[in-house]
Design a protein around this ligand. Sequence first.
Ligand code: RRO
Length: 334
Amino acid sequence: MQPMDVDISCKLAGIPLSCCLLNASGPRSKSFEQLAAVAGSWSGAVVSKSATLNERLGNDLPRYTEVPLGDRTASVNSEGLPNHSLSFYTEALVRLREVSPKPFILSISGLSLDENLQMLDYLEQSSARAHLSAVEVNVACPNVPGKPLVGYDLPQLAEVVRRISEHRLFRDRVLGLKLPPYLDAPFFDQVANMLNPLARAKGGSLGYVVCCNTLGSALAVDVDSEATVLHPKGGFGGAGGALVRLLALGNVRHFRQRLDASIAVVGCGGVASGEDAFALILCGATCVQVATQHHIEGSRCFQRIAAELQQLMRRKGYLSLADFRGKLRVAAKL
Ligand code: RRO
């Protein structure tokens, strides 16, 4: 049971989350057993590994490594979208529903707009549809050979989000969008201008964005062997964990300042403690996803981080997330 004095529940685009911490798509979210472990944890929702229409084995091994950064840990991965297929995750959702009432968010990452639309057609017809809280469309996977990242190609991104957001499935289901980390102010302006007309408050279906996926083109180098640590794609991969924590804070803040209030911003990047989660919420995050730390620690991380967040809130005299969400102040001029 959560202590009741400090409330860390929230609503994500109308979806009630008992805890503002949830797993990120990717780590420990591929098999049924992993999803069941998340369902049985303190995670506020269950988020699946990004699905494609057909099963994918992913890239060759080695494809994941961790690199210490001070007392934190960065990760680099080149998984290559391994997953058991869309139909597997819809069946998993139905099985999970028998044991857990927790919101289920299905991540999809088609290799083309057409594949994404086909997956949405499938979901529309599926009996699992009623149990599906949201579909999180991932436009930010850096690791599929020969597939440049949609989220950095703004004309393509505009076409993809427009066509997806118009899909019938989203008449009564929430659309989420997982974005790559952006690094320069014009991107935040252009992406926010693209997304705002799709806001639920404006009759659209876009309920939230996740800021952010891993940062591509990272390279872990082994000095002893003088070789890359990972094998696929010449050793390049997406950096996560400690390496993207500050970028996630910046991306959340930038998007919260620009997006329509009805589009929630979900923070994701390097969260390993209650303080890390607090900082993202202070920047405007509605809730917080945990990726690398979930990979390292397993599903018990949600309860530990939640307890740390509650302890911090208690110390500061905050009773709910609304007491500090988005209230980051800029340092005073010296
Ligand atoms: O599977 C992956 O290689 C992967 C995906 Br789909 C993603 O969205 N982000 C990432 O770092 N890896």
